[in-house]
Design a protein around this ligand. Sequence first.
Ligand code: NAI
Length: 338
Amino acid sequence: PTNPQMEREQSVLRREGCRAKGGAPGFKVAILGAAGGIGQPLAMLMKMNPLVSVLHLYDVVNSPGVTADISHMDTGAVVRGFLGQQQLESALTGMDLVVIPAGVPRKPGMTRDDLFNINAGIVKTLCEGIAKCCPNAIVNLISNPVNSTVPIAAEVFKKAGTYDPKKLLGVTMLDVVRANTFVAEVLGLDPREVDVPVVGGHAGVTILPLLSQVKPPCSFTPEETEYLTKRIQDGGTEVVQAKAGTGSATLSMAYAAVKFADRCLRGLRGDAGIVECAFVASQVTELPFFASKVKLGRGGAEEVHQLGPLNEYERAGLEKAKKELEASIQKGVSFIRK
Ligand code: NAI
């Protein structure tokens, strides 16, 4: 063919054919909002993941350019781009995992909740597409405010009759990534050796690091606990301020999103012992959604872990977190039920 677009598409099909014959393992992943600050590095890192065989990049702007660019990387996944609402259904059909970083980010002085009015509608539309075209896919929701967008997605799926609470996960991995980094700094350790559970939600005081459960076992002075808790809770704002009006965390978020997506794919593949924190439907507290450690398996978040023993500082933090979370969850639910 003389048409480069056709040429690319045919080479994609040839490679998919080879893949099908060889029975090579691989999952189909869509990124919605793939041309954004998070979307672009996320697409790049996903293209490098050997568990991904097909990568669909969807956005309402600029996805053809990002797709052409990423498709030149000499890794296994075949890449296809989709532009605009009329291509949403093609982007979603057949997907095993859908990662959603679509929506506006914060500017200095804004809370995540200030994004609600714009992002709620975007998440609603995208989830309606998922319900229609890939109702069994695992959904990794990044768009803020996560504490409200996850309940919105759940309501959309309920309305469509496709809701599987195990398959809807709000991505809080960046809070864990930050916590591991900041705690490692204080302890003088390599962050790769540190594991900090972060529970609750993904905004301000709802971000609750459980410093009493850090691995390897260690202890902190009250000052260290206060410093670390605040820094983890305000990590997003630290980046928003440093970027001075040009956006929020994108590169560390893309890293965290791919780390989390990879764990979801390993779970889907049937690997044992995959446990990560995520914001999910939960009975761990009296709230309908809560972030805690979950076991990832073929069915998604197959088990939601209890919080384990909390110290007094964490129990007080939990009460504050629950109060704000309850309102954010309710706001999301009302947006669809209104
Ligand atoms: P961005 O503005 O750079 O990119 C967003 C992308 O979404 C743009 O390419 C835009 O065209 C696209 N988009 C807008 N409406 C869309 C629609 N209806 N369908 C598909 N795509 C659409 O923003 P950035 O920095 O990438 O952030 C994206 C979201 O992620 C924000 O809501 C931000 O608050 C959130 N976020 C979440 C974090 C978390 O830990 N869960 C951390 C950092 C950001």
